[in-house]
Design a protein around this ligand. Structure first.
Ligand SMILES: Nc1ncnc2c1ncn2[C@@H]1O[C@H](COP(=O)(O)OP(=O)(O)OP(=O)(O)O)[C@@H](O)[C@H]1O
Length: 282
């Protein structure tokens, strides 16, 4: 049985089609990264999987059951994009409160230790830095020993060491058999963590495969050259051999030709800008 199943799901907000016939399955123990530009539909998808919203059409299952049923959600941990922590409650109190909703929570001290928050247990959450709040928000998603965790941009706003520490915590959870579906704007984050990447734009799944496979299917090459006027030009092309043949045939003057594979950012840009070569995507 899939940990997460989304089948033929459409969700509109007024005239906006946030999700357009989306299907996605995440198996138990998988770690899937969801990428897409602002407004692509990622958070909407997570809100359906976590039972906060209902699809207009289609089916959403969490652990084989309806996520709108509170009993289903005892298997779920969630870090939304923004967490409204009660400012006057202490860190320990907030973790105790969330853990109290689950049958077998991780002891609060243990969890705070794991997330480098042990010294902050008595602090009111309103006094935490943005990065500390973010760490607490991710820690809270794991307090109930969930089998599935949804993380919406878990490391946004964190410095490099904070990000690395959270990656380690996510990896540890995953190594223990946990299923993770996360969104990110950091391609390096998806590359560092995910085995599989789902690219969404305008409410549609553009690609769903291993990161390497997605990149190779995009197959973008970056060609740089200096033209007759001495200006450096850059072209992102699907077939650099054909591009150079055409260049030479056309008699255009150039020098200092350089060709290399595109970076992740460039490849992702091609994917979501619909500039990918015909047939490049599934
Ligand atoms: N409650 C709402 N009311 C109206 N429109 C909404 C609502 N929630 C989302 N939308 C719209 O649905 C689309 C998808 O939004 P969503 O938040 O799912 O995108 P996202 O991929 O998570 O973006 P981001 O990376 O910026 O978080 C957007 O056009 C957004 O404006």
């Amino acid at each position: 049985m899939s940990a997460v199943e989304v089948r033929g799901v459409t969700r509109r907000f007024g005239d906006v089609v946030a999700l357009d016939d989306v299907s996605l399955e995440v198996g138990p123990g998988e770690l899937v990264g969801m990428l897409g530009p602002n407004g692509a539909g990622k958070s909407t998808l997570l809100s359906l999987v976590s039972g906060q919203r209902k699809p207009d059409t289609g089916v959403v299952r969490l652990d084989g059951r309806d996520p709108r049923d509170a009993r289903t959600r005892t298997v779920l941990g969630l870090t939304p994009q923004e967490t409204g922590l009660p400012a006057t409650l202490r860190v320990r109190e907030v973790v105790d409160f969330v853990g109290g909703h689950y049958p077998d929570p991780v002891p609060t001290g243990e969890l705070l230790e794991q997330f480098g928050l042990a010294d902050l247990g008595k602090r009111q959450t309103g006094s935490l830095s943005g990065g500390q709040k973010r760490r607490l928000a991710v820690a809270m998603s794991l307090v109930g020993r969930p089998s599935v965790v949804l993380l919406d941009e878990p490391t946004t706003g964190l410095d490099v060491s904070g990000r690395t520490a959270l990656w380690d915590a996510i990896r540890e959870y995953h190594a223990g058999g946990g299923t993770v579906l996360l969104t990110s704007h950091y391609l390096e984050e998806v590359q560092a963590l995910a085995e599989r990447v789902v690219v969404i734009d305008h409410g549609k799944v553009l690609a769903d495969d291993s990161l390497e496979e997605v990149l190779s299917r995009v197959g973008v090459r970056r060609v740089q050259l200096t033209d007759a006027a001495g200006a450096r030009q850059e072209h992102l092309v699907p077939d650099s051999d054909a591009f150079v043949r055409d260049l030479v045939t056309s008699g255009t003057e150039f020098r200092d030709l350089e060709i290399r594979g595109a970076s992740l950012e460039e490849a992702f840009g091609q994917l979501v800008n619909h500039e990918a070569p015909e047939g490049a995507l599934r």
